[in-house]
Design a protein around this ligand. Structure first.
Ligand SMILES: [Zn+2]
Length: 415
């Protein structure tokens, strides 16, 4: 093992240990607070709902812990265990190593292996945990149809995309990483543009919002906030899950607002308006743009690092490879990147929570804060979200502030 291999294994094990310790803390904290509803929610959330949320949180964390260990093992097998080299050699019998075809085959095989690794966890999450807590609406038949559609879509879009990326990398000279970056940004923008109108309808039905009274109120809110939308839609989220949500999608001409039917079933008009105002807050504060403004230069930096690593023999040998072609470098890089970026997770979670508070404050300025509180309480209750997360776990992983802090902050914004 060279120094790089030691660093990689050390970080991988440290990251896994940190995740497992945090998940264990989360389960213990939630279970220790299982028998008392926090005072702020005592009037609105019954003890049975609170206990159900505790059990649901513990069940999910247990599965995530097993998944964390399986992913770490997979990573070790693929790198130091020689797994990726074996896949590389197997394809070499059919296609010349270093060729475009071999590179695409290698990277696509890695994607399929990663999918196979996730499959048992997705199945137990959907058909065991979600089912046990009454959230799952997915039938095995729909699961198979979804999987086939996703597979076809991944092949139709992913295979040419991989070929283009490999081609750019091998034929654009020294500055290939700049070209790959520009292509990747353009591709992502295109996906954002076509997703709502062409891809999302392959999986769900979108119908224009029919409730006239609600529509009038929502349109008044949009006008008040200066937001131009190309339509209000209701999505049949209930086909797959009882969890409810609302979101914005697309940009420019394809911009639309989507409500899950499950959300509209639960909330009254005031609450729907408040939830939408929160989403508009994200738009108003340009959160997506800010995220992109950090991630785009960061990805350029990472590509430059990849360009440098490709020239270093220790990068390949340290990770169990004798092959040193471009596709191998790309495969290794994608495999190990999460190990090296994991320490950044708390910073991104923190940033996301800051954005949530900003969106809440905006909602409170455009609608009544009490309506958003009422909506959140219903959503925490019906989605079995824990009200008592472990503070350290929450600081590390949660994209949204803990329920108690969020509601307390909103109550100070009441006007
Ligand atoms: Zn939000």
């Amino acid at each position: 093992m060279n120094t790089f291999a030691l660093l990689f294994v050390g970080l991988l094990l440290a990251g896994m240990a940190a995740k497992l310790v945090l998940m264990r803390r989360q389960v213990r904290h939630v279970q220790a607070h299982r028998d008392t509803v926090p005072a702020a929610f005592a009037a609105s959330i019954p003890l049975t709902s609170h206990q159900r949320a505790a059990d649901y949180t513990a069940a999910r964390a247990g599965l995530s812990a097993r998944q964390t260990m399986a992913s770490a093992l997979f990573l070790l097998v693929m790198t130091l265990g020689g797994g990726l080299q074996a896949v590389h050699d197997a394809w070499a019998a059919l296609l010349a190593p270093g060729s475009l075809g071999h590179g695409v085959a290698l990277l696509a095989s890695l994607a399929v292996l990663g999918w196979l690794l996730e499959l048992p966890f997705v199945l137990s999450r959907t058909f065991v945990i979600e089912k046990r807590f009454g959230f799952n609406r997915m039938t095995p038949r729909l699961f198979v149809t979804d999987t086939v559609r996703e597979g076809v879509l991944a092949a139709v879009i992913g295979l040419p995309l991989l070929a283009i990326l490999l081609w750019i990398t091998s034929s654009m000279g020294e500055l290939w990483w700049l070209w790959v970056w520009a292509f990747w940004l353009g591709f992502n923008l295109m996906v954002m543009l076509v997703w709502p109108t062409f891809i999302a309808p392959l999986f769900n039905k979108f119908t224009p919002l029919a409730d006239a009274a609600l529509k009038t109120r929502v349109e008044a809110l949009l006008a008040r906030c200066g937001f131009q939308s190309k339509g209000l839609f209701v999505m049949d989220g209930s086909r797959r899950s009882a969890h409810g949500n609302a979101y914005f999608t697309g940009f420019g001409a394809s911009k639309r607002i989507v409500f899950f039917d499950t959300l509209l079933d639960k909330l009254n008009a005031d609450e729907v308006e408040a939830v939408l105002a929160h989403e508009l807050g994200h738009f108003r504060h340009r959160h997506i743009f800010k995220r992109l403004a950090v991630l785009a230069p960061a990805s350029l930096g990472m590509l430059a690092v990849l360009g440098w690593l490709m020239q270093q023999p220790w990068f390949f040998s340290g990770l169990g490879m004798t092959a040193t072609d471009i596709a191998t470098a790309l495969a290794l890089f994608m495999l190990i990147l999460p190990v090296f970026t994991f320490p950044l997770a708390p910073f991104f979670s923190h940033w996301s929570r800051v954005h949530e508070y900003e969106a809440d404050a905006y909602a409170a300025s455009q609608t009544r804060a009490t309506d958003l509180v009422a909506a959140l309480v219903k959503l925490y209750r019906d989605n079995a979200s824990t009200l008592t997360p472990d503070p350290l776990y929450s600081r590390f992983f949660d994209s949204h502030p803990p329920a108690a802090l969020r509601v307390a902050r909103l109550q100070t914004l009441q006007h």
